[in-house]
Design a protein around this ligand. Structure first.
Ligand SMILES: Cc1cc2nc3c(=O)[nH]c(=O)nc-3n(C[C@H](O)[C@H](O)[C@H](O)COP(=O)(O)OP(=O)(O)OC[C@H]3O[C@@H](n4cnc5c(N)ncnc54)[C@H](O)[C@@H]3O)c2cc1C
Length: 587
């Protein structure tokens, strides 16, 4: 060896570099790319989605709490992915979801997707981050990515040790943020990690013999939730959780994984051979997660730290750019072992839904071109116990990617977007994100138009809200054959039309192992299936766009010409008699 680096090295120059391709990083990268930034996404695994990927298989939940709180489901990029899943993945396969995520980024011409590439180094200059370096195992290549703005969405916050950015870890004591639910003293402990498993039913008895190295649980009382809690044995148990009480959780991940496997096999032995409340004689293990899903880790200290108190006050921030609504789901630091001490594996502390999350919790003040989204954003341990769910991580990611693109377009650092946060909010609303209490502000062209509809009151189509809020439906109800049209006396230049259609926001549509059945694997019946957009020019209506197998809630259709009218026509739904149209906008 002459000392030269013996492997290939590739250098990349982009505008925005995202580290970590979980739901937060995926949405950040896609949002920035759609807003025109040149993006690199460095992800250490072969697939995208993080804990939602086929490698871990956790279902994405969020502010609507599995559909229990209607009309609070996250929209934007996440809704697009979920609906695509219903249309093209009725078999509910996690690998198909991996494929959809992959295709969405890999097909973007301005995205450099660096998979199997683990970030392990960073270069700084005068306090700013200049580049990050990753090692790609499949190609034995070192990738160096220079960018104007970086976002750490790696969950474990790899850029904290690499940049020295200030951060939080473990549980803060009560005094730190005045949180009533915090322990009296800080203790460096957090939530642990889990290996899930899946079991499949066969047409004959499938005996199981516990390997000698696995743990043994003969009685239901040896496990959390007793007999009743064991009935979802087909899809693994979130409460097989270890490592939360280990302050060196990251460093000990491999060791913890091996211990988790002993627990998984012991629990499966319990289900098969000792549990009186389940009938699993024909079931056999089909898949075991070898990559532990992680919950807690280092969190960044941003310009604002979201706390329990912020959540309880509904997060009414002027700069809210995302929202959450999951309860403060505080797992016992001992996880699976808490049962021995007669404690529940988790406590769901109430939180309002929705609550706002401020833009300031997504960027570092110490490293001015560093952003973050996902379970590592700037939040106390207690606030993160709610914001960590992936629906919330996804909308944070979309906000960060959109903000990064806005900053880059205007030569700003992330903090420079704060005075322009209203512009950021409007961009997010335009892209079908929901921001509680923030209405869409329409262009004059829409306000000045005459609105005609075939029946009913069409004004909710332009009232600035694109979903039901509380008891106000904010929609125009259409049947097949109904139309809504905007018209002006003279021709107006219309850049685009946008539609916000019915995707049954009151229904649970997440890809999950827990529940199955055809009702959950198809597009909502109320969704428009076939619809048309017409424009009026030279004194006559003409068809501009026709959609025949619609699988989207949100559409933006370029028009780019002067017209005297624009019309939407519903031709067919996926089965229901009526469909709610939440918005028909023009810009
Ligand atoms: C068992 C379990 C059950 C859960 N239950 C739910 C649930 O029901 N619903 C829900 O919504 N949430 C649930 N959660 C919480 C949720 O899964 C996490 O909080 C969430 O995954 C956070 O999303 P993220 O994008 O921030 O991070 P992650 O999903 O962790 O994604 C981070 C990504 O970054 C990658 N990465 C890490 N380091 C590097 C590096 N150095 N270089 C490049 N890439 C890197 C990782 O491989 C990963 O793909 C659960 C978590 C666990 C473990």
């Amino acid at each position: 060896m002459n000392g030269a680096f013996p492997f290939h090295e590739e250098r990349h120059e982009v505008d925005f570099c995202v580290i970590g391709g979980g739901m937060a990083g995926f949405c950040a990268a896609l949002a920035a790319a759609r807003h025109g930034a040149r993006v690199a996404l460095m992800q250490d695994r072969p697939v995208l989605g993080g804990n939602a990927s086929s490698e871990i298989r956790m279902h994405i939940c969020g502010a609507d709490r599995h559909g229990g709180l209607p009309h609070l489901r996250e929209t934007g990029i996440l809704e697009e992915i979920r609906l695509q899943g219903l249309l093209e993945n009725p078999q509910r396969s996690h690998s198909m979801q991996d494929l959809h995520l992959h295709a969405l980024l890999a097909q973007c011409p301005n995205v450099t997707l660096l998979l199997n590439c683990a970030c392990h180094d960073a270069a700084m200059d005068g306090g700013r981050l200049v580049s990050v370096t990753g090692w790609q195992t499949t190609t034995q290549t070192r990738h160096v990515v220079r960018a104007g703005i970086f976002a750490d969405c790696s969950g474990d916050s790899v850029l904290i040790p690499l940049t020295g950015a200030p951060h939080l870890s473990g549980r803060e004591g009560k005094a730190r943020f005045g949180e009533s639910l915090a322990p009296d003293q800080p203790d460096g402990q957090a939530m642990g990690m889990t290996c899930l498993f899946m079991a499949r039913r066969h047409d004959r008895p499938m005996p199981f013999v516990r390997p000698s190295w696995a743990h043994e649980y003969r009685s239901c009382d040896d496990l959390p939730y007793g007999e009743k809690g064991h009935r979802w044995f087909q899809s693994g148990y979130w409460w097989i959780e270890l490592g939360g009480d280990d302050p060196e959780q990251i460093r000990n991940t491999e060791r913890t994984r091996d211990e988790l496997l002993k627990v998984v096999l012991g629990v499966w032995d319990h289900i098969k051979n000792h549990c009186p409340s389940v009938e699993a004689s024909r079931h056999a293990l089909d898949w075991i997660g070898f990559l532990p899903g992680k919950r807690s880790s280092r969190r960044y200290l941003g310009a604002h730290i979201l706390t329990q108190n912020d959540i309880e006050r509904e997060g009414r921030f002027d700069d809210l750019v995302a929202y959450g609504g999951w309860s403060m789901d505080v797992h016992d630091v001992k996880g699976f072992r808490a049962v021995k001490e007669q404690r529940a594996a988790t406590i769901f502390h109430p939180s309002p839904s929705p609550y706002g999350i401020p833009y300031r919790s997504f960027y570092s003040e110490a490293v001015p071109n560093l952003m973050f989204a996902g379970r590592n954003h700037s939040a106390s341990f207690l606030a993160h116990s709610s914001t960590r769910v992936m629906g919330t991580c996804a909308v944070m990611g979309q906000a960060v990617g959109t903000a990064a693109a806005l900053a880059l377009r205007n030569g700003l650092d992330p903090a420079g977007v704060l005075p322009r946060v209203k512009e950021l909010q409007q961009l997010l609303l335009r892209d079908d994100c929901y921001l509680p209490g923030v209405p869409f502000v329409h262009a004059g062209i829409l306000r000045e138009a005459r609105l005609g509809v075939s029946q009913g009151d069409g004004e909710p189509l332009r009232d600035g809200y694109t979903r039901q809020i509380g008891h106000d439906p904010h929609c125009w109800i259409a049947r097949a054959g109904d139309w809504a049209a905007y018209e002006w006396d003279g021709a107006r230049p219309v850049a685009e039309a946008a539609l916000f259609l019915d995707s049954a926001l009151e229904r649970e549509i997440a890809l999950t192992n827990l529940h199955g059945g055809p009702e959950r694997s198809t597009l909502p019946e109320a969704m428009p299936r076939t619809w048309e957009l017409d424009v009026r020019a030279d004194g006559r209506w003409m068809r501009w766009h026709r959609e025949e197998r619609n699988g989207r809630r949100h559409w933006r259709i370029p028009i780019g010409r002067p017209v005297t009218g624009v019309r939407f026509r519903l031709l067919e739904t996926w089965g229901a008699a009526e469909s709610r149209v939440y918005g028909f906008h023009l810009a």
